[in-house]
Every structure is written in structure tokens, then in C-alpha cells.
Write a protein of this length. Structure first.
Lengths: 279, 436
């Protein structure tokens, strides 16, 4: 179903251990350009760990994470976290929202444009002197922020303290903030967690819009199968650090390994509603 | 009568019991504080006991507590409690516009201070001292208030600035105006030097390392005798000149400040000049901080305080953000330090002990982290009060401590802790305003 055919992100034989615990074991998968790729799996399957490897928060013990950005290719596992966002254009959100809670929503979006603003203000010197060069760049940054505030329905919250926003609004603000970095790949860690059904539908629309209009590829971790099945182009199922299945939502839904993983989990794992128990 | 009260009326016995407990606590506290007094006589030191004072203290607390309880009960029915103004009080009084007005008023008062009828040499001296701490507070505010890096060794940069000026003027004979930027630069270098080893630390751990750093600098000053004069310090640090005109008694060759201006020489000229000098330096610091807050660099500092991991995920390099905060914060301490050296004419490691760092940090915290005006009031309280309390002799520090405790009970978040966003969304659409 994926529209793009070129692989944007290629993870190859990735492994990471914490002491004796093997969190991710010889994992390989691809995320294609223009796709929404979903990582699903039971709790503790290693989904967030994979994210942390992609975005530079963990260094894997083995394997490569290669990102193709135009002509340039980046080996993300070798790069510092901030360079992955700055140079490679991979930006993430967090499972437990990480906004700048004491700053206003708009300020959060301005911080996201820090790199651009620093450069255009000669590391703030031009801004300090009040040169037109900086004023113009700042006005542009505010416009981009306004654009994303509108898209996420947060315009009226612009001057609110980010930490005092309602939960759903905080989730959307985190996505808006990530988009203000102008990424090519957006990594969302459980964006629908804690949202009510209406908010979760809004989220689906927002993510589809990001893919269609902004042409940004997305990788997401999600437990909400409503979100996963409706918007993903490609689903990868992890269990105990390995990929046990991959394909379109329909393929994954019918995959025997997946059904076994969810049904046969030792803890009474909730049976997701996408698993069709047809005979 | 007390139908709506949260405090049901107590019997007289319960009130007396409450007051008795308070007076026992007071007596226990007063015993070591008031009960003994060192007596310095010809035979040497002797200890005098003053147990009656303890009884007085207990009696005062007993009566006072009883009075408060009775009053409270009387007023309870009227839904009125004796209490300090509500915590929101100051923030609402100090709304944005009011704050600007107060800031302007403060600056006008500060500018006119030497010319007010009641001002004398000692007042200007005190004001100069307070301004030094205001400047240090504003400088430390960058590191602690904005970037959220708890620094307990800030006085080290103050010392570096002071010694840079003293040594440069001593060995090279350079003037204050050349040394001032150099002192700031050296202090900034030391800021980076401190910054590197603590890049991975936060909170308590960072505080411990910075505390150690402050002590290291002081120890170096004490022990590097050949350069710094050790514990004896450096005497005869050059006084500042009025842009090249020395502020000295007329020497006859027509080069001193009073001769060139054709006015009578007065030692007060230098005092007033020093006062204006630190006022300008402090205001420059303030201007810098207010301006940089609205720039990418300042926002990055605040973002770092809020969430370092989120910063990294957005492409900000936490290393450079931290180092820039340390360096720029230290530079202002360096400027203040060289002013201190030129004002005193004498510096020694004694002036740069941990207690100085603690006072500067207390000014920032008490002022309300990140609030510029709050720091002014906190500096007046923390530096000014002990000076004006000198009349209270041995109770000076007790009074000071009590004032601190009261303020922290009243406003644990600092005097002025309200944060204004650095920019607001310009609103072209009318419908957006409806929701806001």
C-alpha cells in the first residue's frame, strides 16, 4: 500500500543488551519514504528501545540504522542525539510527554526552531543588536509556529503555559513542536496514549495530514489498534526484541505468529480487537 | 457565631495548653541563644548565665500565642483570619505594567540617590554594596534562574574577576577600563573550565561539584603566595580614574578630576563615582539578561532548565547551551569582581568564601527564580537588612534569620516568581481572541 518505494530508514541486525537482558535482538526492518510505519507488540517487546536507538538516546551493541536523506546517507547509530535531529532530520516525541512545561506553547515551538534562529542571528549576536536579519527570521519562525498551532488546534492556547494545557493538547503540542524542527522522519512514541476516542480520531487525521500534505514519513509506536489499523501503511510486530511479522495492516492481522504472540503471552495480555478469531 | 469557622471554638484550658507548649519550645530555643553570654574581662573570657532572659522569652511567647489564639477565635465568626497576604498577592500587585512602572521608579530613585537630602556617605556605601550583589544576583540568575544549573561556587568567578584586575593593574599598570573586559573574559574562561567536568551533572551533584570548584579557587588564591600574596591578599589596587582623570587630591599639575573640572576636591566624589559606576554595570547586566531572554540563546537556556532530553531531541546541543550559560554568567561575576577590587583597593581570599556564594544564591532564590526585580528586593533584604540591623548587635543575625524564615514561609516560591512569556502570538484573527 505504501506509496513510496525507496527505503528511508533501514535498520539492520540491530541488537542492544542491558546487562543480561536482551532488549532488542537481531532486528531488521525498513521504513519507506512517505509511509506511516507502525511498530506494535506486547509490553516489553523493545519498541521504545528501538526508538531510542534510532534517535541516538541509546547506542546499540550491534547493527546499523541507516537513514537516506536525498543524496546523503546517515549512520544514525554513530551520531549524537542532537545531530540526528539537526542533520539527519529525525525528530521524536516521548511516551511520557516531554514539553518545556514552564514555557508557553508558542515558546515551545520557538525552541524547536533554535538551530535555524541561532544561525540566522549569528548565534544571537544579530538578535542582540536588533538587526533586521534576526527580526525577519523570528517573524518567519512565529509564522511556522502559528501554522502548526492552527493545524493542531492549539491557536487559542498559544500563550498558555505548556504544562497547564489539557492532556490531549499537550500531546498535540509535542507533535507540533517536533514538526517545527522541519524533520523528514517523525518518530511518535504512543501518540494516542491517554486520548479519548474523539481526540484519537483527530490524531489520525493530523497524522494522515502530515503524511499527505507535508510529505513527512512517520514511524509510530502504538497500542491503540484503532490508530494503527486505520492509518498505517506498514506494520511491524515485535516480540521479545525480534520482528515476528511485517506487512500491511491486513496481512499482519491475519498472521499466525501475531495471533500467537498476543494470545499466547504468558501474562494475560489483553486480546487486541484486531485479532480476528475466525475458524 | 462561629458557624462558618474552620476552627471550632476551644475551651480556655485548650488555649492555655497550646500557648504553654509554644512557650516551652521558645524556652528550649532561647536557652542556648539567650541564656549565655560571653564576658570579656581583664581575667579573660568568662561565661555569664542569663536565665531570666529565657524566662522573659518564654513569657512573651506564652502571652503572644495566647493573644493570637484568642483573637483568632474572636474573629473566626466573621470569617476573617489573621494572616499574611495571600501568596498570589505580590504577583497580582506586580502585574506586567505595574512591574515596568516599579522598575522605572527604582531606576529613577537609584539615579537620584546621591543627591537626595538625607543621603550621606554611609548610605551611598551601603547602596553600592547592595548594587554589587544585585549585579551578582542578575549574573547568577542566568545560570540558576534561566538555565536551571544549581551553582554553589559562583563566588569563584567573582574572585577571578577581582584578582584579574588587581594583578593586571599591579604587574602591567593597565587601567581599570582595559582590565574590566579582560576580567570578564578570564572569568568566562573559568566558567567554561568549570562547565566541562560538570556537563553530565544536574541538581545536587552539580551543586556539590560547583561548591568544590569555589573552594579550589579560594585555596589556590591562599596558597599561590608568589602571585596572589596568599592570605595577605593584594594591597594598593589601583583606584579607578574618571576616564583617565585620577580622583585624587589636587597634585598641582592640573591632572586630577577636581582640577580639570575646576571644582573643590572632595573625597565624596569618588564614592559617588563608584556608585554610578556599579549602577551602570548592574543596569547593563540587567539589560543584557532581559534582552537575551527573548533571543534563541536565552530560550535555549530556559528550555534546558525545563527538559534537557527534550532539548536534545529537538537538535539543541546541551553542551554548548550549558557552557554558554556558565561562561556568560561567570563573565558578569568577573565584571563585578573587578569593580569590587577597585572599590576596596585591597583584596584577599577572605572576601571570597562560600558564604558569599550562599548569599548570592539566596538572593536569586528569594527573589523568585528568574525574576529580575525580585532580585533587587531580595538583595536589599539580604544585604541591606544585616547592615541596617547593626544597631541590634548580637541579635542581628537572629533577626536576619527570622526574617528569612518568615519570608520563606510566606512565599516559598520567592518574592516574585511569576514568569512572563518571552513573546506572545500576534493575533490577526478575531476568532482566535474569543477563545483566549
Amino acid at each position: 500500500m505504501g506509496k513510496g518505494s525507496t527505503p528511508l530508514l533501514k535498520v539492520e541486525s540491530l541488537a542492544i543488551r542491558f546487562g543480561g537482558l536482551v532488549a532488542v535482538n537481531n532486528l531488521s526492518f525498513e521504513a519507506r519514504e512517505g509511509d506511516i510505519t507502525a511498530l506494535i507488540g506486547p509490553n516489553g517487546a523493545g519498541k521504545t528501545t528501538v526508538f531510542n536507538c534510532i534517535t541516538g538516546f541509546y547506542k546499540p551493541n550491534q547493527g546499523t540504522v541507516r537513514l537516506q536523506r536525498g543524496e546523503r546517507s546517515f549512520e544514525l547509530q554513530r551520531m549524537d542525539g542532537h545531530l540526528i535531529a539537526r542533520k539527519a532530520g529525525v525528530v521524536r516525541t516521548f511516551q511520557n510527554i516531554r514539553l518545556f512545561p514552564g514555557m508557553s506553547a508558542l515558546e515551545n515551538l520557538m525552541v524547536a526552531q533554535h538551530v535555524m534562529l541561532m544561525r540566522s542571528s549569528f548565534y544571537s549576536v544579530a538578535g542582540f543588536l536588533g538587526l533586521a536579519r534576526y527580526t525577519k527570521a523570528e517573524a518567519q519562525a512565529v509564522e511556522l509556529a502559528r501554522y502548526w498551532l492552527e493545524k493542531t488546534g492549539l491557536t487559542s492556547y498559544a500563550d498558555w503555559q505548556a504544562g497547564s494545557l489539557p492532556y490531549g493538547a499537550q500531546r498535540r503540542l509535542e507533535i507540533a513542536r517536533a514538526m517545527c524542527v522541519k524533520p523528514i522522519l517523525l518518530c511518535l512514541d504512543e501518540p494516542a496514549a491517554g486520548l479519548n476516542p474523539r481526540e484519537s480520531d483527530d490524531l489520525n487525521r493530523l497524522l494522515l495530514d502530515i503524511r499527505e500534505q507535508e510529505r513527512i514519513s512517520i514511524i509510530l509506536i502504538e497500542h491503540d489498534m484503532n490508530v494503527v489499523m486505520q492509518i498505517s501503511d506498514h506494520v511491524i510486530v515485535l516480540e521479545q526484541g525480534r520482528a515476528i511479522a511485517g506487512g500491511t495492516p491486513a496481512e499482519v492481522r491475519a498472521d499466525e505468529n501475531v495471533i500467537r504472540a498476543y494470545l499466547g503471552a504468558p501474562e494475560d495480555e489483553e486480546l487486541p480487537d484486531f485479532v480476528e478469531t475466525e475458524t | 457565631m462561629a458557624a462558618q469557622s474552620h476552627h471550632p471554638s476551644h475551651s480556655a484550658a485548650a488555649l492555655i495548653k497550646d500557648a504553654l507548649i509554644a512557650s516551652v519550645v521558645a524556652a528550649l530555643l532561647a536557652f542556648p541563644l539567650l541564656g549565655f553570654r560571653m564576658q570579656d574581662s581583664a581575667q579573660g573570657l568568662s561565661l555569664e548565665t542569663r536565665l531570666t532572659w529565657v524566662l522573659y522569652a518564654a513569657a512573651i511567647v506564652f502571652l503572644g500565642r495566647l493573644g493570637i489564639l484568642v483573637l483568632r477565635q474572636q474573629l473566626a465568626g466573621r470569617n476573617f483570619r489573621i494572616s499574611l497576604p495571600r501568596p498570589g498577592f505580590l504577583s497580582s500587585v506586580f502585574a506586567h505594567e505595574t512591574r515596568t512602572i516599579i522598575a522605572v521608579l527604582l531606576i529613577i530613585i537609584a539615579l537620584l540617590l546621591p543627591w537626595l537630602p538625607f543621603s550621606d556617605r554611609s548610605l551611598i556605601d551601603k547602596a553600592t554594596l547592595i548594587l554589587i550583589y544585585v549585579m551578582l544576583g542578575w549574573g547568577l540568575n542566568i545560570v540558576v534562574g534561566l538555565a536551571g544549573l544549581l551553582d554553589l561556587g559562583y563566588v569563584a568567578f567573582y574572585a577571578v574577576g577581582a584578582y584579574s584586575y588587581a594583578l593586571l593593574s599591579l604587574y602591567f599598570g593597565w587601567s581599570f577600563w582595559i582590565c574590566l573586559p579582560l576580567a570578564g573574559l578570564f572569568a568566562a574562561l573559568f566558567g567554561v573550565l568549570l562547565g566541562f567536568p560538570v556537563l553530565r551533572l544536574r541538581g545536587d551533584y552539580l551543586a556539590i561539584v560547583t561548591l568544590g570548584f569555589g573552594e579550589i579557587i579560594r585555596e589556590i588564591l591562599v596558597n599561590w603566595q608568589s602571585l596572589t600574596g596568599g592570605p595577605n591578599g593584594i594591597t594598593g589596587v589601583a583606584r579607578p580614574s574618571f576616564f583617565g582623570l585620577p580622583m585624587l587630591p589636587p597634585s598641582g599639575d592640573g591632572t586630577s578630576f577636581s582640577e580639570v573640572l575646576g571644582i573643590d576636591f572632595s573625597p565624596n566624589h569618588r564614592i559617588i563615582f563608584l556608585y554610578y559606576l556599579i549602577l551602570v554595570l548592574a543596569l547593563l547586566t540587567n539589560f543584557f539578561v532581559l534582552r537575551v531572554r527573548k533571543l534563541p540563546l536565552g530560550r535555549a537556556w530556559e528550555a534546558l532548565r525545563e527538559d534537557e532530553i527534550a532539548c536534545r531531541s529537538l537538535g539543541l546541543n546541551p553542551t554548548t547551551v550549558k557552557l554558554s550559560a556558565f561562561a556568560i554568567g561567570a563573565a558578569f561575576a568577573g565584571f563585578a569582581g573587578s569593580f569590587f577590587a577597585t572599590r576596596q583597593g585591597f583584596i584577599s581570599p577572605e572576601s571570597f568564601t562560600f558564604i558569599e556564594s550562599a548569599i548570592i544564591l539566596a538572593i536569586v532564590v528569594l527573589g523568585g527564580m528568574g525574576s529580575q526585580i525580585g532580585i533587587v528586593f531580595a538583595a536589599i533584604l539580604l544585604v541591606g537588612l544585616p547592615e541596617w540591623f547593626r544597631g541590634l548587635e548580637e541579635f542581628r543575625m537572629v533577626t536576619f534569620g527570622a526574617a528569612m524564615v518568615l519570608i520563606m514561609l510566606w512565599r516559598p516560591q520567592g518574592l516574585l516568581s511569576h514568569r512572563e512569556p518571552t513573546l506572545r502570538l500576534p493575533q490577526p484573527a478575531a476568532e482566535a481572541r474569543k477563545h483566549g
